[in-house]
Design a protein. Sequence first.
Length: 423
Amino acid sequence: KEGYFQASLASLTVSMGLQLYTIWTQNKGIGGWKVLKESFPILIGLKPALDAYRIATQVKQEKGQTIEPLTEMTIMKCTEMAAEAIPGVFIQLMAIATSTEEVGLLTWLSVAVSAFTTGFVSASISYDWDTSPEKRLATPDFYGFVPAAAYKRVIVFASMLVTSAGMLVIRCMNIVLLGLIGRNWALAYIGADVVLYLVIKLLRKDLWYWYPAGGYVEIINSIINRIIVKLITDFTSLVQLRHPQELGGVCWLLSLVVALLSLPIAIKINEKMVSEKNALELALKVALIFIPTVLISLTVFFTTIEKEYRETFYSSQTCKEMNHKNFKHGKDEATKAHIFKISKHYWVGTEEDMKLWVQENWRRWEQEKPEWLTDNLKLRIPVEWIPGREAQAKEKRRRQRLKEGLQRVASGISRATSGVSKR
């Protein structure tokens, strides 16, 4: 029991650490006091409620922030899933599998609630992104699989929930069986899977994570986020993570197939090597109940979604390929401009076209002030790409004023905090 407590405490600590790191990368451009202010809701457990409020009230991305509120909320949810929800279900199944006492109804109910809560979060993320009018307008080739009919939307959401919950139990049970053979078996299985995935990403020149954190931070971000995305997909088959900027369609589908096949194989290995009676009985129940349930749920899902989006579930398109395609063939300027929101590592190969596009349209943009050309997006455009020395000097002054304004905000927060502490 003490071991389970320590594991739960460790998962909570890792979750909070990763969330605080995300807050720093999101707000470091504004200042240290903004980072501290945004960190407080995490420490008191109110960050999910704050993010939901901001989305509901349509709060916009602040000047100096790295990503928009919806993306920040998604990253926070994924962090909690990877560091808290998934380990939580694993710990409960391990406790049941190794228990010498009869397992009560409340224990099973706890596992069910944990699995379906995680499934709900997974389904909510995919549903919110796909039904967002802004996302559908910016990336119409990827977003739009959720049908317009209300009853079909309910079916799609429910099927995603059941699939994620079922996959979580299946995958965790698989790791439990390997862990009972030996800790190294479980670590080797997970580690080999993740390393193979990272090697594939590297060979395809798709290892950099899209998050535009800047500088050496992008190296850390790429390693952390690629691993987290891989683990979440392996354990929940979260539909949104089939995005070319995340796991990609082919890797998403392979992860799903491997997870479904791994449990029967793990049962056979456990039978031959240790033959843990309680664990094997539990694993057989999980395999007989959840594998058919997931397969039925997936069948319902794929027969209900819009047909033209089925190919996104096995697409081999990379982050770079998708964004270059959207820039060159985007139906509107907002779609083309999305490439400025991702890491500059993915600009390589189309920089000259991007530069020419900016030079041809900058003066018109300054006059028309399109809604998509926000202050944050302007900051992503290299000053030297702006046509004319006068226009470049004007933009440099604007950015300097913005920087000074953010510094004044940070200074004001600092003085206010100091005043409260003195009282």
